[in-house]
Design a protein around this ligand. Structure first.
Ligand SMILES: C[S@@+](CC[C@H](N)C(=O)[O-])C[C@H]1O[C@@H](n2cnc3c(N)ncnc32)[C@H](O)[C@@H]1O
Length: 225
């Protein structure tokens, strides 16, 4: 059961992303697309695979992955925002790819999918939106729905590891998230460590930067298979 803080946080996310859905490609994806696409390439989705995307936003990754899985594969996407779903649905329709993708509105902390269903899962700029205590819940849900040997691709704003300089932008993000969470809903996270703690074996652990802000590009694998 979620406490009232979680419910408020989820409600804020939903309303916020509904509001910005039509402008998202111009204001965010213009900066983020290179890292997002690096994550897609690292995940290396194959023809015929069953793939899940969490927090699909305006659907740019879903379009790319729908082409990668081909006519014999299938994608499911889940996002909390109806506004984002509407934008993505239109793009899939325009591209003639609707039959390869099923869109769901829902919360990534409670996935409406069977155990061992997917060959791969992907989330870009989404894991870092959750309260820190909920990240293990999200990763456990992804682990549950992946087949043994399944892969998880994550692209996320990342904490600077070790005693390297902490970027000014990272400090600013943290401060804003702490004091104005309704404006800055994300924060840099120890994404690689979080995946390993959840039981994923890390196969890709790369770094990118967006305006000096570190971004992690990760692929983790579920054991077995
Ligand atoms: C920063 S956007 C990233 C969108 C896309 N992945 C990209 O890289 O362009 C985060 C997305 O996560 C969705 N989201 C936020 N909270 C969520 C939740 N609890 N469950 C599922 N999706 C959520 C938002 O609606 C939004 O579409």
């Amino acid at each position: 059961m979620m406490d009232t803080t979680d419910t408020a946080q989820r409600g804020n996310n939903q309303a916020f992303y509904d509001r910005i859905s039509s402008a998202y490609d111009a204001i965010a994806d213009a900066n983020e697309h290179a890292a997002r696409e690096a994550g897609e390439q690292a995940l290396a989705v194959q023809a015929g695979e069953q793939v899940l995307e969490l927090g699909f936003g305006t659907g740019n990754t879903l379009l790319n992955l729908a082409r990668a899985v081909g006519p014999d594969g299938h994608l499911d996407g889940i996002d909390i925002s109806e506004g984002m779903l509407g934008i993505t649905d239109r793009k899939l329709d325009d591209a003639g790819l609707q039959d390869r993708v099923t869109l769901h509105t829902g919360d990534a902390r409670n996935l409406p999918f069977d155990d061992d269903q997917f060959d791969a899962a992907f989330a870009s700029f989404t894991l870092e939106l959750f309260p820190l205590e909920d990240i293990p819940l999200v990763l456990a849900e992804i682990m549950r729905v992946l087949k043994p040997g399944g892969r998880l691709g994550i692209v996320s704003m990342a904490h600077v590891e070790g005693d390297e300089r902490e970027s000014v932008l990272e400090k600013t993000y943290r401060w804003m998230h702490q004091h104005f969470p309704h404006i800055v809903d994300c924060q840099p996270i120890h994404a690689a460590r979080r995946l390993e703690e959840a039981g994923f074996h890390l196969e890709v652990n790369d770094r990118r930067e967006i305006w000096s802000m570190p971004v992690a590009v990760l692929v983790g694998r579920k054991s077995g298979g």
